[in-house]
Design a protein around this ligand. Structure first.
Ligand code: APR
Length: 216
């Protein structure tokens, strides 16, 4: 069986040809998309299908609400695995919560990560209420926190695409654009992983990332 899970693209034509070949092979491989990695300014953006709580990275991003009150989805899963020390810490340090489009750090309790960045994405209200700028800003603030905390790696879920209703294709475009622009501007952190729960979410992000490669 051909293993094309680990492939990496850089700015050379030859690497791009290899990437295209690997991508076609992965699609031929039962039609199931595999993990994808693309390099921007010496930093990797990686797409994987999986559970955000299982990631062994320096920082894990939570899809929180502005009260930092906990909830379902990513928020519920992270607090369940991390344990109650995380909610105790966020209640103590952030009694006012966190504004939409921003993020705040905490320890990570029983998670393998060192830190959790609680990011508040926008609720989708049709796209004319500043949602794209707020979503991009939530991702950017997490990357700034990653640099401030000297993180080598950070894992994001698809913020706002669950309970908050942001269309997956648009969220993929806006989040990946924000991350790519930050990496090109700042050159760190070295690894940014998007952890997508299902094949549809992974495919939506892979299409955007492939488009970024083709357009440069
Ligand atoms: N790992 C990775 N992705 C996950 C996981 C998980 N364990 N659980 C859910 N997801 C996916 C969802 O399928 C969705 O695509 O993460 C994405 C974000 O969904 P939500 O967690 O619902 O986050 P969001 O849309 O930002 O809504 C935030 O929901 O749980 C509440 O307290 C939270 O009020 C806040 C709101």
């Amino acid at each position: 069986m051909i293993d094309c899970r680990q492939w990496c693209e850089d700015y050379s034509d030859r690497a791009y040809q290899l990437q295209s070949a690997a991508c076609m092979l992965s699609l031929a491989n039962g039609g199931r998309r595999q993990n994808m990695r693309v390099k921007f300014a010496e930093c990797l953006i990686e797409l994987v299908q999986g559970d955000i709580t299982a990631q062994e990275v320096d920082a894990i991003v939570n899809a929180a609400n502005s009260q930092l009150a906990g909830g379902g989805g990513v928020d519920g899963a992270i607090h369940r695995v991390a344990g109650k020390s995380v909610m105790e810490e966020t209640n103590r340090r952030y009694p006012e919560g966190c504004p939409t489009g921003s993020a705040v750090p905490s320890g990570a309790g029983r998670l393998a990560a060192r830190s959790i960045f609680h990011a508040v994405g926008p609720i989708w209200r049709g796209g004319m209420r500043g949602e794209p700028a707020l979503l991009k800003s939530a991702y950017r603030r997490c990357l700034e926190l990653a640099v401030e905390h000297a993180c080598q790696s950070i894992a994001f879920p698809a913020i706002s695409t669950g309970g908050y209703g942001y269309p997956m294709d648009l969220a993929a475009e806006h989040s990946l654009t924000s991350v790519r622009d930050f990496l090109i501007e700042c050159g760190q952190p070295p690894l940014v992983r998007f952890v997508l729960l299902d094949g549809g979410a992974l495919g939506a992000h892979a299409r955007v990332l492939e488009g970024m490669v083709e357009s440069r």
